[in-house]
Design a binder for this molecule. Structure first.
Ligand code: FAD
Ligand code: S2G
Ligand code: ZN
Length: 478
């Protein structure tokens, strides 16, 4: 069975949902089974509105036990499932490809415990990132990650995608800050690795398998994560630069001048700044530079931080690494400067169709891809914009056209992935592979590595019901 949406993709050998199945789910989670056509649409459509599933049911469990019973039933009845958190993923991983059963963590939003001495939080997977950060505020703690989707994304989805975000430079990746995970395997088995210990070297570190697994191994139902001290003083500088090389030189200056208080280093090219001004009517305190850099400092002593930041600004204006710059210390101005960077994704949607690429590249080649692609696309694109987490070597390259154009897509792919592979980058820095990028995995992983991933997948999900058609390629080459 194929659908017109993906003509060259065959639906897997999974069962088709029956009334008996629905009836059984109603028994497990009465009143929390969604089958209405209108209500299903939102769950079947991704944030980018570029992929759409045809699921006939959304299940909304509240407890790990309910997830276990649901998965066990689906596994026994050969029903494919699509775990879903906040549905803000950008690679088509969060919505079904065909009619997979959607299991949403929306109602699994309880905070379980907070150890205020160590800063260790334990919560259910469906807690919204921003809600957790607000909860931590009262304890002078903060979440170790922050991203533009904070108001909707779930911590379980963040862990499942190994989300990076704008603070990775300061607090590191979830592979380091997540201390434990509780997950349910397709056969219903509950894997309780929900430790709150910072150190536990007893056997394989199983939680690491689930971090970044994008719903293909099991459903993450609980997370324990170390939360750093909330910074007492935050200041942000927005700087204008002439060339991308000066952005890189500026990065080195920031690290040496700001050292431990540097908490974010993001860039936008002039086309990105034009994008947010034109499409969202945002205003920038400085304008008309080829490149912009947002530098954020977070510390415990505002006076100390401001002194360091002022010295930095003086130094980089004197040596020409920055042509202009402004500093914000009050939360309103800080929010508006961050808005310029964090709302790029939203601004792109106003243009129409967005071809989105999230790459890791060596910093020496970082912006070359953007320039090469602009030459290659010429008039075949409305916009080509670049922004991202320079501090992580992570480029967000986005192209828009009014409507989806096969000609434009064929100019972009596989060119952009080949380019990244040639420069030994990664075709997905932080968003994962999901549905859209799974067949490009060989651009960043060797054949034996992918074969080993398939072996692990087979061992944990022998029937392949967990988020099929995602992450691993259609063809496992040996
Ligand atoms: P969903 O989109 O619901 O799901 C994502 C994937 O995880 C799917 O494959 C799904 O099956 C799986 N999944 C979800 N929950 C579970 C679970 N409990 N157990 C197992 N699998 C699960 N991403 C970044 O990394 N950095 C950014 O800076 C960033 N900025 C963004 C800004 C905007 C405006 C938007 C819209 C998105 C941004 N993203 C970013 C992408 C997205 O927010 C992240 O990938 C996020 O972690 C997804 O969380 P979610 O709860 O929405 O997951
Ligand atoms: C970001 C998400 C948005 C995008 O803004 O940091 O991770 O457009 C991205 O890729
Ligand atoms: Zn990002």
């Amino acid at each position: 069975l194929t659908t017109s949406r993906y003509p060259n993709l065959r639906r897997g050998p999974f069962a088709v949902l029956t009334d008996q199945d629905i009836h059984h789910f109603e028994k497990i989670i009465p009143g929390r089974v969604i089958t209405g056509e209108d209500e299903l649409l939102g769950y079947n459509t991704d944030w980018l509105k570029t992929v759409r599933g045809s699921s006939k049911v959304v299940l909304r469990p509240k407890t790990t036990q309910e997830v276990s019973e649901i998965l066990q039933y689906c596994n026994n009845h050969n029903l494919a499932v699509n775990p879903q958190g906040g549905n803000t993923g950008m690679v088509g991983g969060s919505v079904p490809v065909f009619d997979e059963v959607i299991i949403s963590t929306q109602l699994m939003n309880k905070i379980i415990s907070l150890d205020t001495i160590s800063g260790t939080l334990v919560c259910q997977a469906g807690c919204i990132l921003e809600t957790l950060d607000q909860f931590l505020q009262d304890y002078d703690l903060t979440m170790p990650l922050d991203l533009g989707a904070k108001g909707s994304c779930h911590i379980g989805g963040n862990v499942a995608t190994n989300a990076g975000g704008i603070r990775l430079l300061r607090y590191g990746s979830l592979h380091g800050t997540v201390l434990g995970i509780e997950a349910v395997l397709p056969n219903g088995e509950i894997v309780d690795c929900l430790t709150t210990l910072r150190k536990d070297n007893t056997g394989y570190d199983l939680k690491q398998l689930f971090i970044g697994s994008e719903g293909t191994l099991g459903i993450i139902t609980g997370v324990s994560i170390i939360c750093p001290q909330r910074p007492k003083s935050i200041s942000v500088a927005l700087l204008g630069c002439e060339t991308f090389q000066s952005v890189l030189d500026l990065f080195v200056s920031c690290k040496s001048h700001l050292a431990e208080i540097l908490s974010a280093f993001e860039f936008m090219d002039s086309q990105s700044m034009t994008l947010v001004k034109e499409n969202l009517n945002l205003t920038s305190p400085i304008s008309d530079y080829p490149f912009y850099v947002l530098v954020e400092c977070s510390g415990s002593n505002g006076k100390h931080d401001e002194e360091k930041l002022t010295n930095l600004l003086q130094a980089v204006l004197d040596n020409g690494q920055a042509l202009d710059g402004c500093v914000a210390t009050d939360s309103t101005k800080i929010k508006s400067i961050w808005g310029l960077r964090e709302r790029c994704a939203e601004a792109l949607m106003v243009d129409g169709y967005c071809y989105k690429y999230d790459m890791s590249l060596p910093l020496s080649k970082f912006y070359q891809l953007v320039e090469d692609l602009r030459v290659r696309l010429g008039e075949n694109a409305l916009r080509v914009v670049a922004y991202g987490h320079v501090g992580d070597g992570n480029l967000h390259l986005n192209i828009t056209s009014k409507d989806y154009s096969k000609a434009t897509m064929e100019l972009i792919e596989p060119y952009v992935f080949d380019w990244v592979a040639e420069h030994r980058g990664s075709v997905s820095a932080e968003h994962g592979l999901g549905f859209k990028k799974r067949n490009y995995i060989y651009h960043s992983k060797t054949l034996p590595a992918v074969a080993l991933m398939a072996t692990l997948k087979k061992a944990i999900d022998p029937k392949g019901i967990m988020n099929p058609y995602k992450v691993l390629p259609e063809i496992i080459r040996h």
